[in-house]
Design a protein around this ligand. Structure first.
Ligand code: URA
Length: 249
């Protein structure tokens, strides 16, 4: 079977070069995730869609107030915005990137530049968009020159991400790139080794994949990312996610 048309061409039916190199895959002949799904079902109760807490929004707002005009590390000196996160916090899917870039710093929203546009296309291929995921980063302020955040900057900011995850209690976390994946999984392995399997953050399944910025540089990463997206899609199906606006009370 070949990949269905919608996945490769997007909602508007336009040819999408992103998928040209991965056209032979099919979302319906996905992975077997041995033992995982039933284990998850048994171990973890995903909150009922009709009992989505409206308090998520107000708890996130309260957290944002606590963060205030944070000066917890040197990144605060040069930032224009604290990029807290964006999307649908009740959807059950949290995506974690590395840190804001210049565009994000300017507008205060995550993934609004080139990598963000590619992320939108990747998500679109498995029928997700910004209303069905919540996107944030391991550090909330732009590292100058878009360098990787240092260990102490990551450590200083981590409490915010931990609180966000605690409040949203997502059914699944997708981590983008090595810094986010290592931080969340608690590993020093490279992203090439971490991706391709499901890890955990507490009880929450974590799917690590390459950062879209890396895909912009290296075509060969498209195929493994697509494999990871199929795995995510399978997991979402099993968990009944995302929760959409209509599902919420
Ligand atoms: N890259 C990231 O990791 N995060 C953003 O918000 C934007 C680009």
């Amino acid at each position: 079977m070949s990949c269905n048309n919608r996945s490769r061409t997007g909602e508007a039916g336009r040819a999408d070069p992103f998928w040209n190199s991965v056209a032979s895959f099919d979302l319906d002949e996905i992975f077997v995730l041995p033992g995982w799904i039933s284990k998850l079902r048994g171990e973890r109760s995903i909150p009922d869609r009709n009992v989505i807490s409206q308090s998520i929004d107000s708890e996130l707002k309260a957290l944002k107030t606590r963060v205030g005009d944070c000066s917890g590390c040197r990144l605060s000196a040069e930032r224009n915005s604290i990029v807290f996160g964006g999307g649908n916090p009740a959807a059950g899917i949290v995506i974690i990137g590395e840190g804001p870039g210049a565009n994000e710093d300017k507008v205060g929203k995550p993934f609004v530049g080139r990598a963000g546009k590619l992320l939108d296309r990747i998500l679109g291929a498995i029928d997700l968009d910004r209303t069905s995921v919540y996107i944030t980063n391991i550090v909330k302020c732009r590292p100058p020159g878009n360098r990787t955040p240092s260990r102490d900057e990551t450590a200083a900011c981590l409490w915010i991400l931990e609180e966000q995850i605690k409040i949203m209690n997502p059914g699944v976390i997708l981590t983008l790139g090595a810094p986010a994946s290592r931080t969340i999984i608690g590993s020093t392995d490279g992203i090439g080794k971490l991706r391709g399997s499901i890890h955990r953050y507490g009880e929450i399944p974590v799917i690590p994949t390459y950062h879209p910025a890396a895909l912009l540089r290296t075509d060969a990463l498209r195929r493994p990312v697509w494999e990871d997206m199929k795995m995510l899609k399978q997991l979402l199906r099993e968990l009944g996610l995302p929760r959409t606006e209509q599902d919420q009370v």
